[in-house]
Design a protein around this ligand. Structure first.
Ligand code: IPM
Ligand code: MG
Length: 360
């Protein structure tokens, strides 16, 4: 049966990189029998401009009906003056919450060809393969109460709430454990249990869940130390599992270990494995419209989509192999460029992946 993929290009470089990912999807459909149909809808600032809301109901409706969603990026300076309730980022958060996408998988893999592109020494990062499992629909991102209030003395006070139910911790830790079983069987749960009660409970629940996985080695680390260890000796990690906000921060940090945030895909899954796929980078307004953005994180997100939501592991491997061979050939977008390599823009990079794919 044909699968429906909803395409949400979004803002900034979003449309440019999604365009390249679409070429890959079209090639898979035309040459490799991928049975899929594509819908497209508005999200983020583009949706606000057209419909007055960053997540219009028709977009939500299509997202609910689709088998998988591919998203570019949202946000940009143009929409920063807007009230926080209608900023582009709210569209993305609304989609994550509305679809129940609680499990965010952010693999940080160093392609050997890019060892020189990392700001860290090659021997610190070579062979790096970490999976960050970020809780995505709870924590301080969604906790109530939240807001800015006026005190009696007229001063304003901003507040947010870090909150996790045991069941929310339980299910995300299980996702991490299940993934670890297919990797190197090690999970590091990251918290701030020395200060925050909420994450003291997180640690307790993680330990309890760990008891159901005797073959997985579970460790705990405070988030400040985890940030330090990520840049000191990142290869000590296999799977990391953490809260929404800690995961947001640590995954950007892990991204840089791999040379560029422009290389990292992500999957956000619900309880049934339905998912949304997006590069972990943002809309990069500074380079948008210039044809400089690296489309590989979005193309690698297509590979995750094929693997996790469409049950097409062979096609996923083909896409990853095509990316590898393009890197082997020396093509580099500016973010991953190093001496001796050939610098190309967004379209040339996308075309090269399609060419490699078609001849595979
Ligand atoms: C990410 C982004 C988002 C987040 C923003 C755009 C809302 O930084 O996906 O990591 O904070 O989750
Ligand atoms: Mg982020």
């Amino acid at each position: 049966m044909s699968k429906t993929i909803l395409i949400l290009p979004g803002d900034g470089i979003g449309p440019e990189i999604v365009n390249e990912a679409m070429k890959v999807l079209a090639c898979l459909r035309d040459e490799f029998g991928l049975d899929a149909e594509f819908d497209e809808a508005l999200i983020g600032g583009a949706a606000y401009d057209a419909a007055g809301h960053p997540l219009p109901e028709p977009t939500m409706e299509l997202a609910r009906e689709a088998d998988a969603v591919l998203l570019g990026a949202v946000g940009g300076p143009k929409w920063e003056p807007l009230d926080i309730s209608v900023r582009p980022e709210k569209g993305l958060l609304g989609l994550r919450a509305g679809l129940g996408l609680f499990a965010n998988l952010r693999p940080a893999i160093l392609y050997p060809q890019l060892a020189d592109a990392s700001t860290l020494k090659a021997d610190v990062v070579s062979g790096l393969d970490i999976m960050i499992v970020r809780e995505l629909t709870g924590g301080i991102y969604f906790g109530q109460p939240r807001g800015v209030r006026k005190l009696d003395n007229g001063e304003r006070e901003g507040y947010n709430t870090l909150i996790y139910k045991e069941s929310e911790v339980d299910r995300i830790v299980r996702v991490a454990m299940d993934i670890a079983m297919k990797r190197n069987s090690r999970v590091c749960s990251v918290d701030k249990a020395n200060v925050l009660e909420c994450t003291e409970l997180w640690r307790e629940v993680a330990t309890r869940v760990g008891g159901d996985y005797p073959d997985v080695e579970l460790s705990h680390m405070y988030v400040d130390n985890a940030a330090m260890q990520l840049v000191r000796a990142p290869k000590q990690f296999d799977v990391m599992v953490t809260t929404n906000m800690f995961g947001d921060i640590l995954s950007d940090c892990a991204a840089m270990l791999t040379g560029s945030i422009g290389m990292l895909p992500s999957a956000s899954l619900d309880e049934q494995g339905k998912g949304m796929y997006e590069p972990i980078h943002g809309s990069a307004p500074d380079i948008s419209g210039k044809g400089l953005a690296n489309p590989l994180a979005t193309i690698l997100s297509v590979a995750m989509l094929l693997r996790y939501s469409l049950n097409e592991p062979e096609l996923a491997e083909r896409v990853e192999a095509a990316v590898n061979s393009v890197l082997d050939s020396g093509l580099r977008t500016p973010d991953i460029h190093s001496p001796g390599m050939t610098e190309v823009g967004t379209e040339k990079m996308g075309d090269a992946v399609v060419t490699a794919l078609c001849s595979s």
